[in-house]
Design a protein around this ligand. Structure first.
Ligand code: HPA
Length: 280
């Protein structure tokens, strides 16, 4: 797709969203991963838009991804929430996987929180742990910036040295400590999926320095970095990665664990957004 087209499409979508909530100008956005969508229900004065209504927005086919954009307030702070996302393995083009994050950034947010369900690779991790993402390994085999660069969105070769903003990461860890929520920290490796990894692949990923593995998030983080929007990431360790325990991996286990930790997850995210709002 021609670069000029991408900017026009993202702005058309952002304008459509503005037309549904006149005067609403979000400062923060959050993308909620598998089974973690409940946070959207905590917003005040919500306006909910089905992804299918949004021009060019890809729609998810995955169980646990509602496919709704919710505009609402946390106290006085306007926040936009994506309840569910799409993945490369669903058959979308790289630019499409990252398009929703582009639209959030064009709405004028100054900070994006990304969340996901992930398999734990670090043997110190337990099922149900929450992990602050300190960095990532993009092993999904694609990059959402491939194609002509739109200079109005960002540079051709964006710096990724601080893809997960250190000040916001520190704020997240501070909030977790105050709330007495155990929060791990680690590197998230993104693979295309949709098959889970083999035990040999997990050993490889551990050798490469990965602490958790999943099939999402990285495209959104790359476009946010491209557009100069600061990012914070949280993984919910829904299962131990392949080969670590005897248990077979299943989406049912992922969903079940996400459901069990959702109250703690929502408390952490809620308090973090309160801090992030002050850090403009
Ligand atoms: N591997 C890849 N993606 C995942 C996993 C996993 O073990 N758990 C949740 N998403």
């Amino acid at each position: 797709m021609a670069a000029v087209d991408l900017l026009a499409r993202a702005d058309a979508c952002a304008n459509f969203i503005r037309s549904k909530a006149p005067g609403f100008s979000p400062k923060l956005a959050i993308i909620l991963g598998s089974g973690l969508g409940g946070f959207a229900d905590t917003l005040q004065r919500p306006v909910s838009i089905d992804y299918r209504q949004l021009p060019d927005f890809p729609t998810s086919s995955v169980v646990g991804h509602a496919g709704r954009l919710v505009l609402g307030y946390r106290g006085q702070v306007p926040v936009v929430v994506m309840q569910g996302r799409v993945h490369f393995y669903e058959g979308y083009q790289p630019w499409q996987v990252a398009f929703p994050a582009r639209v959030l950034c064009r709405l004028g947010i100054h900070h994006l929180t990304v969340t996901n369900a992930a398999g734990g690779i670090n043997t110190g991790f337990a099922v149900g742990d929450l992990m602050a993402i300190s960095d990532h390994l993009n092993l999904a085999g694609f990059n959402p910036l491939i194609g002509p660069n739109e200079d109005k969105l960002g540079p051709r070769f964006p710096d990724m040295s601080h893809a997960y903003d250190p000040a916001f990461l520190a704020a997240l860890e501070r909030v977790a400590a105050e709330e007495r929520i155990a929060l791990r920290r680690g590197v998230y490796a993104s693979l295309a999926g949709p098959s889970y990894e083999t035990p040999a692949e997990i050993r490889m990923l551990r050798t490469l320095g990965a602490d958790a593995v999943g099939m999402s998030t990285v495209p959104e983080v790359i476009v946010a970095a491209h557009m100069g929007v600061k990012v914070t990431g949280v993984s919910c360790i829904t299962n131990l990665a392949a080969g670590i325990s005897q248990q077979k991996l299943s989406h049912a286990e992922v969903a079940e664990t996400a459901d069990k930790v959702k109250d703690t997850f929502m408390r952490l995210i809620g308090r973090f957004l309160d801090e992030a709002a002050k850090m403009a």
